[in-house]
Write a protein that binds this ligand. Structure first.
Ligand SMILES: [Zn+2]
Length: 354
């Protein structure tokens, strides 16, 4: 059975039809006669090929099979229609996501199969980490490792996802795990309630994840990013380091793909000449101000980046650059980062033979 893809919208202007692809910002306009419009009306609800030919020939006997075939070929080649088969994700929580990617990747169902089986390690379940865990569970990720030693406090409730009044005093890893299981009862979750104070602490996590998302801001992101990089880069695990909000400025990235992109250590050496060679001496102040939309905005971008990294059909967007957004103006300044012999850390030097 053929039908018009769910991500394609049709608009008509006299004898013209415009196909708008909702998810890739593209459109195609063609001249369209009455027969083509009739074919499109059949394809809108879905129809098997033989039945389509039968109905068109019955209504327009002069139209040749060759003409119908060439119009169908045009629609298939341009990804306007698809051969419809019942999807195993049809009524699942990820059905819209599978639809979204259907015109972006060759097989969005197999991409979802791949994504669902990945294991994500989230370090820190505060404003950014709690949001990322929620979005990734919604995206169908089935295996999580959570690390956080904190218990839920009243001041967390104003920005951190999934925490409510009756959670106060409970461990965040327990609360998040219970909430996410209400979304997907089959989740596999490993919980760790220790405070990360060095890279050696990661040895307590026995399972090797497919990706690490560092949302630890204590003592500060500079140090936690370095610990995560030094431990997991050596294990060939991709990672996102970027906690990032400081007042009205929020930072996006950095994504590290081992052996392919600049890492957190190398980036810190080249990021902003003004701070080159300096390391922070004040630890993160947990009472630093932030709004809920601000924290969750970073969380949502980084959750999408996790999907981009885990699906080989997609492309990570936060490699070799850090974006700093002024939240009051939405201006983004991108710091492009390149690896070279002067900023290269020992791990990348070994890997890249620099
Ligand atoms: Zn490096």
């Amino acid at each position: 059975m053929y039908r018009i893809k769910k991500t394609v919208k049709l608009f008509q202007n006299k004898n013209k039809i415009k196909f708008i692809f909702m998810n890739i910002h593209q459109e195609i306009t063609i001249k369209c006669n009455e027969v083509c419009r009739f074919i499109l009306s059949l394809l809108a609800i879905g129809i098997v090929k033989s039945s389509l030919f039968h109905q068109v020939k019955k209504k327009y006997p002069k139209v040749s099979e060759q003409d119908i075939n060439s119009f169908l070929k045009f629609l298939i080649t341009n990804q306007i229609i698809e051969e419809f088969k019942e999807s195993k994700y049809e009524n699942s929580i990820v059905s819209r996501q599978v639809n979204f990617y259907s015109t972006i990747v060759p097989n969005s169902e197999s991409m979802q199969d791949e994504l669902s089986n990945k294991c994500v390690l989230i370090l820190g379940l505060g404003g950014v980490g709690s949001c990322i865990s929620y979005f990734l569970a919604q995206a169908g990720i089935s295996h999580f490792i959570f690390v956080d030693s904190d218990k839920v406090e009243n001041t967390n409730l104003g920005r951190q996802a999934l925490y409510f009044k009756d959670d106060i005093g409970k461990y965040k890893v327990d609360v998040i795990s219970n909430k996410l299981r209400k979304l997907n009862p089959n989740l596999i979750i490993e919980k760790h309630k220790f405070t990360v104070q060095s890279k050696e602490d990661f040895m307590k996590i026995k399972h090797i994840p497919d990706i690490v998302v560092n949302c630890l801001d204590e003592p500060n992101s500079y140090f936690t990013g370095t610990w995560v990089t030094n431990y997991y880069l050596g294990l060939d695990i991709p990672m996102i380091n970027g906690i990032g909000y400081r007042g009205r400025a929020i930072s996006l990235g950095l994504t590290t793909i081992p052996g392919k992109t600049i890492c957190w250590n190398c980036a810190n050496a080249s990021y902003k000449n003004a701070i080159k060679g300096y390391v922070p001496i004040l630890n993160h102040n947990p009472q630093a101000g932030v709004t809920s939309p601000l924290a969750n905005f970073i969380g949502s971008i980084h959750a999408q980046e996790v999907i981009n990294i885990l699906c080989k059909e997609l492309t990570p967007i936060l490699t070799n650059r850090i974006g700093v957004i002024d939240f009051l103006t939405l201006d983004i300044k991108w710091y492009k980062l390149t690896i070279n012999s002067t900023n290269c850390c020992p791990i990348c030097r070994r890997r890249n033979n620099i």
